[in-house]
Design a protein around this ligand. Structure first.
Ligand SMILES: Cc1cc2nc3c(=O)[nH]c(=O)nc-3n(C[C@H](O)[C@H](O)[C@H](O)COP(=O)(O)O)c2cc1C
Length: 516
């Protein structure tokens, strides 16, 4: 027998293997019709389907084709983060006549800064022009020291090393780091300013019965003075109105301790909050937290129907109470995991959602007391200028921040197999991340972003992007006669943010929430 087997040639072995596969395809397996009907060759289809995304990404797709972020956008982030040459030669490769292309109207002569101007000293100094909590006289008002910040992404959806890199990175550039809904972890505690964010799971501030614990929140804020504000999540663009399940298998001892849940047991985040059931109750909840912690309180949501927002605005006018900031997430926003039907269709895209909401609050005379934060693919200087022209005061970036620390847009955050180690709990995959190096990358991306945003602002004749008006930006609806300024497209004028000078922002007592 051994002699017989050793006489079989290599191609004989291949034929035997193929014959066995064919027998398995036709007679044994019942799951795949294609393999049954086309034994052996049917496998090719599955193999090609599996590597299709990579083939398209690396070989086939053109520079501007991919979504969510195309190659030029990703390349700009990677080059900026590595402080490499992020310019392009030979002019734009964008079709600037395309629908929804934006144009920023430059001034005949740019804004001139003298040698003592804060931006002559630091080309990236760009704090928020509004103070969170100033109108409601919170005990600890907070002027974010950077208009570009890290958006909500939890420890759990991101790896420990990714969170650590982001936190160390925001510290370098005086930005803030939003915790996302997974609670405050030790990886958020490397010195960066933090906005503590919670959703319906109340992770980190959760009572025994899965509700909200004010005692835990107060203790958390007292023990961690780097928490500068609190954000209550109502919804997010990728899955508004959808709760979530954190499978027990993923709940390690560390995650359980941070989130305040049991090891190995499934945890449900319901679609609704237990702490309030309607808009007046939500306003009371916000006030109670603000009084107990002294911090500015905000809400985060994706926008669709406006009736409840109108109710909120009416309550704010009548009572003088309400959120200090509102984070508007676009329907194009990302997440760790969401059903495509939600990600694709539920809630409006950022420009539509934000313009609807801003108009509503403006009609009631409320824009000056709210810090508006935007998120939804706004992590690029041109897009940011448009968002400022529409009324935004700060921008949160999530996936762009992930890319700056090495994410390659593999789009498998939901599988725990993220090849770059950014969105996985797999220790081996995370080990490739060096938080010191990656924190510098995040910081460098933010620096380049702010520098280019300031340069665009100066090109338009302004000192601070808060001075952008709707008519400073045009959007293509067809040819030039039909290209419309933002005010004519979205049908409102922005209320101008009171702004004196960059120097006054630099001298502000509340800059970075340093004085309480
Ligand atoms: C991996 C990941 C985790 C996220 N986790 C949260 C979260 O815990 N809470 C939340 O409100 N939004 C969460 N988001 C949404 C982001 O904060 C952000 O609103 C959205 O991705 C849009 O910003 P971007 O276009 O800059 O990514 C998450 C996004 C990603 C990519």
């Amino acid at each position: 027998m051994i002699i017989f087997l050793s006489n079989i040639s290599w191609w004989g072995w291949i034929l035997i293997a193929l014959a066995l596969i064919a027998i398995r395809d036709i007679f044994i397996q019942r799951k795949h019709t294609i393999s049954h009907n086309f034994p052996i060759v049917g496998h090719l289809r599955y193999a090609l389907e599996k590597i299709g995304p990579e083939l398209r990404q690396y070989l086939v797709a053109n520079n501007r084709e991919e979504l969510p972020f195309n190659r030029i956008e990703r390349g700009w982030i990677y080059a900026s983060a590595k402080k490499e040459n992020n310019y392009e030669g030979f002019g734009t490769d964008r079709d600037i006549y395309a629908h929804h292309h934006i144009f920023i109207n430059n001034a005949m002569m740019p804004y001139k800064i003298d040698e003592n101007h804060p931006n002559s000293i630091d080309k990236t100094f760009l704090p928020c022009a509004k103070v969170m909590g100033a109108y409601h006289k919170r005990k600890k008002p907070f002027r974010p020291a950077s208009v570009i910040n890290v958006s909500a992404m939890s420890f759990g959806s991101l790896s420990a090393k990714a969170i650590e890199s982001l936190n160390k990175g925001v510290k370098i550039v005086d930005a803030y780091h939003n915790t996302g809904e997974g609670g405050l972890s030790p990886y958020h505690s490397h010195g960066g300013d933090v906005i503590f964010h919670f959703g319906t799971g109340y992770f980190g501030v959760r009572s025994e019965d899965g509700g909200f614990s004010m005692e835990k929140l107060v203790a958390l804020v007292e023990n961690n003075p780097f928490i500068k504000a609190i954000e209550i999540k109502l919804s997010q663009g990728a899955k508004p109105g959808k709760g979530g399940v954190l499978p027990g298998a993923k709940i390690t001892k560390e995650l359980a301790d941070i989130r305040g849940v049991e090891v190995g047991k499934d945890v449900i985040s319901p679609p609704n909050h237990k702490a309030f059931s309607n808009v007046p109750e939500m306003v009371d909840f916000i006030e109670k937290i603000a009084i107990a912690t002294g911090l500015p309180i905000g809400i985060k949501a994706a926008i669709g129907k406006l009736e409840q927002w109108e109710e909120l605005a009416d309550i704010m006018v009548k009572t003088g109470k309400g959120p200090d900031f509102i984070t508007v997430d676009g329907g194009e926003g990302g997440t760790g995991a969401a059903p495509p039907s939600f990600a694709d269709h539920v809630s409006l895209s950022w420009v539509y959602g934000f313009s609807d909401l801003y108009k509503l609050f403006q009609k009631k005379g409320l824009t000056e007391r709210i810090v508006f934060i935007g998120s939804g693919k706004l992590g690029f200087p041109g897009k940011a200028a448009m968002a400022f022209a529409m009324g935004i005061d700060c921008i949160n970036v999530a996936r762009e921040a992930m890319m700056s620390i090495g994410c390659i847009q593999a789009q498998i955050c939901h599988t725990n197999r993220c090849p770059s180690g950014v969105a996985t709990q797999n220790k081996w995959l995370q080990n490739g991340i060096d938080p010191t190096l990656k924190s510098e990358r995040l910081a460098q991306y933010f620096k380049t972003f702010k520098k280019e945003l300031i340069e665009i602002t100066h090109a338009a004749g302004y000192e601070h992007p808060c001075q952008f008006k709707m008519e400073d930006v045009e959007i293509n609806v067809d040819d030039h006669n039909l290209s419309k300024e933002l005010n004519k497209t979205y049908m409102y004028e922005k209320t101008l943010v009171p702004f004196t000078s960059m120097q006054d922002l630099k001298d502000c007592l509340y800059l970075g929430g340093k004085i309480s």
